[in-house]
Write a protein that binds this ligand. Structure first.
Ligand code: MG
Length: 383
């Protein structure tokens, strides 16, 4: 990579891994992180997990996997153009959603409700738990033993009550310091990706319309410009042409506003980036405002749409029923999770058992969870 900025994360000076390992021969530490994420079971499961629409509703909707790839692609553009570390950026982008439950936010909210008396459930913390504990493919350590910098990037936010228990990666929430610029930008790339692909998927599903989107300035301006330039353009092509421009505007705004903030701050080193009172990766005020209008639009018109709500309702029912069944009788779990339930229960009582069950449910794909629900509760299927 050319023109590396002095404040970029440097794989040769990584804070390190939880279990020390010899340096890789032909890769940097961050390349190795990225490669380990791609080889993880949890990464392959993203293909069958809901973003907004349940996986089987249509082949063209985003899944958590395609979402993560879009985030990585946007984040790498920003990283490269700003002289930041692309490998770290990609490792964070590809792993940021590993802890998501089946059925998107509906699944996570219900699992959190089930876990209320047992420490709660939060997908960010769970992503970290996947890479630190739950993956089991290496002889020398549990998890995939990623570097501090990737783990810190995965933990986008964290309630103060969890921060102390998390140790090294929790510290910045207590000290109010910043993560690497690579972590900061990946967080914003996540938003750019979902805001835009949720519009496209929302339009495809017919739950939102182009007419409604005329109230969203960041979309409407580009839409009108495309119409003017290509009066005959219609359908999917018109939508795609508009959205590629919206993504472009957001990315350019992010790069330029962040460059200005970095230069105004005078930071020269990563240590100085960390010591800043606020994140240096940012949008302009205008873009931030416009982005918030878009987010509100999507929340009100798509995420809370009655059709999506029906899916949410069913997802909650499935998650709740599975959780309760396993809590009642851990013999319904797979042997691996039976062993976890036993071990955690010995350490932490009922809350320990609940944690093993939450790990098992969070790891499920949409279709696995539905099949499991069918097997346990659809007695009509028995002969
Ligand atoms: Mg995401």
């Amino acid at each position: 990579m050319n023109n590396i900025a002095p404040y970029a994360a440097d794989p040769a000076h990584s804070i390190g891994r939880r279990y020390p390992e010899p340096a890789p021969t032909y890769r940097t530490e961050f390349q190795r992180d990225r490669d380990r994420v791609i080889h993880a079971k949890a990464f392959r499961r993203l293909e069958y997990k809901t973003q907004v629409f349940v996986n089987h509703e249509g082949d063209l909707y985003r899944t958590r996997l395609t979402h993560s790839l879009e985030v990585a692609q946007i984040a790498r553009t920003v990283a490269r153009s700003m002289g930041l570390n692309e490998d770290l950026t990609e490792a964070i982008a590809l792993s940021h959603d590993l802890g998501h439950t089946p059925f998107g936010h509906a699944g996570q909210d219900e699992l959190n409700a089930c876990m209320k008396a047992s420490g709660g459930f939060e997908h960010n913390l769970q992503s970290l738990r996947v890479v630190d504990v739950l993956e089991d493919s290496y002889a020398d350590f549990p998890g995939i033993n990623l570097t501090f910098e990737t783990r810190e990037g995965i933990l986008k936010h964290c309630a103060l009550k969890h921060a102390t228990a998390l140790g090294d990666v929790g510290t910045r929430f207590l000290n109010k310091t910043q993560p690497t610029l690579e972590a900061q930008l990946t967080n914003l790339a996540d938003e750019i990706a979902y805001n835009n692909h949720d519009i496209e998927d929302g339009l495809r599903s017919g739950l939102i319309t182009l007419e409604q989107l005329q109230d969203v300035p960041v979309f409407a301006v580009e839409y009108q410009a495309v119409r003017q330039q290509y009066p005959d353009l219609q359908g999917r092509r018109l939508i795609r042409e508009t959205l590629r421009r919206v993504i472009g505007c957001m990315v350019v705004d992010l790069i330029e506003s962040s460059r200005a903030a970095i230069s105004a701050s005078g930071v020269q080193t990563l240590a100085e980036v960390r010591a800043q009172p606020v994140a240096l990766m940012r949008y302009s005020d205008t873009m931030r405002q416009q982005k918030n209008v878009l987010k509100t639009f999507l929340r009100e018109n798509l995420y809370f749409h009655p059709t999506v709500y029906r899916m949410t309702w069913r997802a909650q029912k499935v998650v709740r029923a599975l959780f309760e069944a396993y809590m009642q009788d851990t013999r319904l779990l797979t042997p691996k999770y039976q062993a976890f339930a036993k071990r955690y229960e010995a350490e932490n009582g009922e809350a320990g058992r609940a944690r093993a069950i939450a790990d098992f449910i969070a790891g499920m794909t949409d279709r696995y969870a539905m099949r499991e629900y069918g097997q346990l509760f659809d007695l009509a299927g028995l002969r």
